[in-house]
Design a protein around this ligand. Structure first.
Ligand code: NAP
Length: 241
């Protein structure tokens, strides 16, 4: 298969690119840090292609789609893994950080839906997979802007899925629990999953094509349960940080 991954320079997206190429798929990676994408190209060889770009810029997403078309790379699957957690700079409300987070985490995915949906509709097949977060389900003390960016992404994708599934276009949303990557600066533990485990669990989404997934099952359970008031949940999460 041919697969596009945004956020391929580090973390989950990079690990996913490695595993998919190892499985024999052709992968086109997108992220801003060209040096990291170039290193990945050296490591993965002929089945890996990339373009350095900012997913939050609508024209860049459209240009990337054009470049891929010129190179006869029509993706069967678009993985939307690019994302930022900017509240670590300032946990209090900061309008610019809020806007930038929404631009990257929400519009950075919608720009790629806009760029690739027409080709999927023409072909009558295709899958978009978005990486949302359990942070979308309940507020915490950690962040004001990240949860709404991921909540909007998830609910938008679930709406897309309702509307486009009968045209054989699948929109899958994965609500991820904590994973040991740069974004949270967290180490692997019984609560925090490894990149390797997470990428291989995410790959199964390509085969089963449900609308909504929670990965890992256990560490996302508490966020999914509705019985805890926000303040209790936030206090509990704080204990694990
Ligand atoms: N790790 C977790 O605990 C966790 C939990 C739930 C959900 N998630 C989600 O999983 C996804 C992957 O995160 P991660 O943990 O792998 O974090 P990460 O290591 O920080 O990776 C984030 C990726 O997004 C790319 N990116 C960020 N802004 C971009 C932009 N404007 N344009 C293009 N690419 C951009 C980064 O590349 P450049 O900097 O090179 O552009 C990087 O490749 C994110 O959407 C994150 O929100 C992660």
């Amino acid at each position: 298969m041919k697969i596009l991954i945004t956020g391929a320079s580090s973390g989950i997206g990079r690990e996913l690119a490695k595993q998919l190429v190892k499985d024999g798929h052709a992968v086109w990676g997108v992220a801003r840090r060209e040096n990291l994408l170039n290193d990945l190209k050296k490591e993965l060889g002929d089945l890996f292609f990339y373009t350095a770009g900012d997913v939050s810029m609508e024209n860049e997403a459209l240009k990337i789609a054009e470049e891929m078309k010129r190179n006869n790379f029509s993706p069967d699957i678009v993985f939307l893994a690019a994302g930022v957690y900017l509240d670590r700079i300032n946990k209090e409300f900061d309008y610019e950080i809020f806007r930038k987070t929404i631009d990257i985490n929400l519009y950075g995915s919608l720009n790629f839906v806009q760029a690739f949906l027409p080709a999927f509709l023409e072909r009558g097949a295709g899958q978009f997979i978005a990486l949302s977060s359990v942070a979308a389900l309940k507020p915490t003390f950690r962040s004001i802007s990240y949860p709404p960016s991921k909540a909007a992404l998830g609910i938008a994708f679930r709406g897309f899925d309702l509307i486009y599934r009968n045209k054989n276009i699948i929109f899958s949303t994965i609500y991820l629990g904590p994973v040991a990557t740069e974004i949270w600066n967290a180490r692997k533990s019984f609560i925090v999953a490894s990149k390797k485990y997470t990428a291989s669990a995410i790959k199964k989404v390509m085969r089963t094509k449900k609308s909504v997934y929670y990965i890992p099952f256990w560490s996302t359970l508490i966020s999914r349960s509705g019985f805890l008031p926000d303040s209790w949940y936030a206090a509990l999460i704080k204990l694990f940080q």
